[in-house]
Design a protein around this ligand. Structure first.
Ligand code: MGD
Ligand code: MGD
Ligand code: SF4
Ligand code: MO
Length: 780
């Protein structure tokens, strides 16, 4: 990274790192020499936007490849961080992880690129404090236990709750970090072995508004286009997506198309994120008013006859209701509420309608709201009135989050309302199909929709929980509430690769294998189903998630006949039409750079790079537009809580940090939470850069460092979600949720900010990780 710490440089990610490094002093300078950190810095400055980033990454890749000339094992696998779905070779020597290198033939999405996480951030796999043995709690302390003892304890714990409260007294949380096969096994366990539909996953905290909005408009709750559109479209409307930090490889593609082909890039975001610097038009919106400016665009387009009338008439229903509902969203109304100047509304409408093709891309800025589904209706309506959907270069492209949230979080059915393949649990035919496959009577197959994840934390009906790979204590809204809910459970088990803050509350902890130790498949944001392969042996006694679930089912007397994840995929392709043509053998045999994107209806079907060419996946083949006219978010600022806090991510941390907090280099830059405050706001509140402040919301309070920057709107502040201490979820609320999707309103929390007498060193920070958290070993 450049050492330039000029003011402009200080506004971006690199700026934050430079400042954090200054703050961290000598320790950080030493860490900067660390071999992990140097390339990290290169890559980060690459993401700052110069077009050489890919070349630079490639030369780093070559360096890794040259590291050892002999006896290097090479295994191609899929990245375990985000849903872009990059593939690369993992290089190992004598079981030791050396590095990764993208190989275009095996990487249909990323070709030669990966980002800094795909390239370097796998060291956690061999971290000293990986869970290596099951743990059971006795007198409030963990001790190591054999698999048999731990699984018996889990079976007794779950069985006891089931006996007392019935199957619906239990809640299951599956992991979008784990494979499709792992997730399929978890939903089968909940339904067949326990008899409940109370199963869900982190998609509820993330893009479930996208899924509900898109599926009721178009049929599929997924992106309609893939990488080709992202590389070749004539126009992008990006909103609520910090693309360069959260989906770096996609951001590189978009920037390339803007630079090489002069594609138009429109960015609407309350924060001036780095992708905004590449935009032809960046509009700084007020957080929480997305359907307002989107409705305003639709209204302007309709009023000025800019719409694609033929498309609307031939392929959609609902235009009359939409026309009526957008009436109040005049340019003046949009400016007043969403903060969009009328001329910017007009220029965006003109750019989108004049373009031959357009991709509508978004992420959590649109979804994590109490009216997230309405926001999606509004952007879907915009795609429909402009006719920019159903062709190779135009469509909707939500950038999904976790590596396998598309597959493991949705397609595989760890969902309270759907069997695998989005087949509703309330449909008799589907219940019969799955009951028959699992050797059950149809009456035994639960027929009532289960609790959504967020509702599991709100209801008094859940008395026992099993969480596979989610650190809920940090990631659920309102940490104090999440803690209380978990502490009130009669039985609680966690299956993870680390003893997380959440796992520390469990009665039993089961050690799972990490991505590099696992076999199976992940499904990317673009619906590509891709192989995950074991590159290193599992650590200690850790087991693959599906194997643990199989062994737990056996404790209840259910013998599943799976010997390998490919057996599970064979069951999936039998029962899930959109995966009908997917098997491990077929994925292995794919040719040069070839991928398989669902729907893949049978073994001869080539897959579907873009959907809806002829018709939408609805009962009548038409897209169904829905009005979306709620204006205000669920809370609005007042004298006590005058500022709006949004929350989200930074490039060099991943979620609750279980994987990235173990990187000394990263932590020397950013072990503490911070709040981004606009200079005007800082002046108004009398707070200065690097001070410690207290943030208070209607739901909680916490302390953190100040970063004064022009990134946020004045009147709005940004806090990362990554930290337990000082993190955003000490302030967010668990209620209200989005009506249809039940997603929390993570992006809107009103806060008050006050100075404190504390110094940075008084803040606890989110370290240590490592030996300190590892329980004493025992001999059994
Ligand atoms: N480095 C890194 N990458 C990640 C992750 C990570 O933890 N770290 N997590 C992965 C996961 S699971 C996900 S879901 C994705 C998330 O990816 P993103 O959604 O891109 O990430 P966020 O930082 O949560 O939020 C994105 C943007 O929403 C904006 N925003 C806030 N409020 C509003 C609003 O009201 N309206 C609009 N339009 N925008 C708003 C913020 O300014 C921010 O720029 O990232 C994935 N990639
Ligand atoms: N305030 C605020 N809160 C948010 C968000 C926000 O924007 N703002 N974003 C939300 C979003 S989009 C998301 S996706 C969630 C993410 O929230 P979480 O899903 O809780 O976040 P992670 O830290 O990714 O947790 C994944 C867990 O899986 C474990 N793990 C990794 N690999 C495996 C595996 O193979 N098997 C098993 N069993 N475990 C594994 C990791 O150690 C980790 O404990 O956070 C949500 N919370
Ligand atoms: S963009 Fe996402 S999938 Fe690709 S290497 Fe980075 S973290 Fe992994
Ligand atoms: Mo997510």
């Amino acid at each position: 990274m450049s050492q330039d710490t000029s003011d402009t440089e200080k506004e971006g990610v690199a700026g934050f790192m430079a400042r954090a490094k200054e703050q961290a002093g000598e320790g950080a300078k030493e860490a900067a020499n660390d071999k992990v950190v140097r390339p990290f810095e290169h890559a980060v400055s690459g993401f700052m936007g110069d077009a050489v980033s890919e070349g630079r990454l490639f030369s780093i890749a070559d360096a890794v490849a040259d590291y050892q000339e002999n006896d290097i094992d090479v295994t191609d696998t899929t990245c375990e961080y985000c849903a872009v779905g990059c593939r690369f070779d993992v290089l190992t020597k004598d079981g030791e992880f050396l590095g990764t290198r993208p190989r275009p033939e095996k990487a249909p999405i990323n070709g030669i690129s990966t980002c800094v996480k795909g390239k370097f951030a796998h060291g956690y796999t061999h971290s000293d404090d990986r869970l290596t043995q099951p743990l059971v709690k006795e007198d409030g302390e963990f001790r190591e236990a054999s698999w048999d003892e731990a699984l018996t304890r889990v079976a007794e714990g779950l069985g006891g709750v089931k006996e007392e409260y019935g199957p619906d007294g239990l809640g299951f949380v599956a992991s979008s970090k784990a494979t499709n096969e792992d997730n399929y096994a978890m939903q089968r366990f909940a339904r067949e072995v326990i008899g409940t539909n109370n199963i869900d996953n982190c998609n509820r905290l993330c893009h479930s508004s996208t899924v509900s909005g898109l599926s009721s408009t178009f049929g599929f709750g997924a992106a309609s286009v893939g990488m080709e559109a992202l590389e070749e479209t004539d126009c992008y409307l990006l909103t609520g997506s910090n693309t360069t930090e959260a989906h770096p490889v996609l951001a590189t593609r978009i920037k390339q198309n803007v630079k090489d082909n002069d594609a138009d890039l429109l960015v609407f975001d309350p924060r001036k994120t780095q992708i905004a610097e590449y935009a032809d038009q960046y509009t700084q919106i007020n957080a929480g008013y997305d359907n307002t400016w989107l409705n305003g665009l639709v209204r302007y387009i309709l009023k000025n006859d800019l719409e694609d009338r033929e498309f609307i008439e031939e392929r959609t229903t609902g235009i009359e209701q939409v026309e009526e509902s957008v009436e109040k969203f005049t340019p003046e109304f949009v400016e007043e509420h969403a903060g969009v100047p009328p001329e910017e509304l007009v220029s965006a409408a003109e750019t989108i309608t004049e373009a031959d093709s357009c991709v509508f891309g978004w992420t959590l800025g649109m979804t994590e709201h109490a009216k997230g589904t309405e926001n999606i209706y509004a952007i879907a309506n915009l795609a429909l009135v402009t006719g920019h959907i159903g062709n190779p270069k135009s469509g909707v492209s939500p950038f999904r989050g976790q590596n396998n949230v598309q597959g493991g979080g949705g397609d595989m059915g760890p969902l309270p309302n759907n069997f695998p393949g989005y087949q509703p649990v309330t449909n008799e035919e589907h219940r019969e199909k799955f009951a028959e496959a699992y050797g059950m009577d149809v009456e035994e197959m639960p027929d009532k929709e289960g609790y959504r994840l967020t509702d599991m934390f709100l209801t008094d009906d859940i008395h026992g929980m099993f969480i596979q790979g989610e650190n809920s204590l940090v990631s659920e809204p309102n940490i104090a509430h999440a803690r209380e809910t978990i502490e009130n459970l009669d039985f609680f088990a966690v299956q993870d690769i680390f003893l997380t803050e959440t796992a520390e509350l469990a009665d039993v902890v089961l050690p799972a294998t990490a991505s590099l130790e696992s076999n199976g498949t992940y499904t990317a944001s673009t619906r590509h189903v891709q192989l995950v392969k074991r590159a290193v042996d599992p650590i200690g006694n850790a087991k693959p998630d599906w194997r643990i679930t199989k062994a737990l089912a056996a404790k209840f007397g259910y013998e599943w006949e799976y010997d390998h994840p490919s057996d599970i995929m064979d069951e999936i392709n039998d029962l899930v039409p959109i995966y009908g043509g997917i098997s491990h053998e077929r994925l292995e045999a794919l040719g040069d750079g070839e991928g398989l994107q669902w729907p893949v209806w049978d073994m001869d079907h080539p897959g579907t790079p873009y959907t809806y060419e002829e018709e939408f996946q609805t009962n009548d083949g038409l897209a169904h537009m829905h009005p979306a006219d709620t204006v205000d978010p669920s809370e609005t600022p007042d004298d006590d809580y005058p500022l709006v806090m949004t929350s989200g991510r930074v490039l060099y941390q991943y979620h609750t940090g279980t994987m990235t907090f173990r990187d000394e280099g990263v932590m020397s830059y950013s072990d503490k939470s911070f709040v981004e405050v606009h200079p005007e706001t800082a002046e108004e509140y009398g707070i200065a850069d690097e001070e410690v402040v207290e943030l208070t919301s209607r739901h909680g309070k916490t302390e953190m460092l100040v970063q004064v920057t022009t990134r946020p709107n004045p009147g709005e502040v940004f806090v990362p979600m990554h930290y337990l201490e000082g993190g955003a979820n000490n302030l967010t609320k668990e209620d209200p949720l989005d009506g249809a999707a039940r997603t929390p309103e993570y992006k809107i929390t009103d806060v008050q900010i006050t100075g404190t007498e504390k110094e940075a060193d008084d803040l606890q920070g989110s370290v240590p990780r490592g030996e300190a958290r590892r329980p004493a070993s025992s001999d059994d």
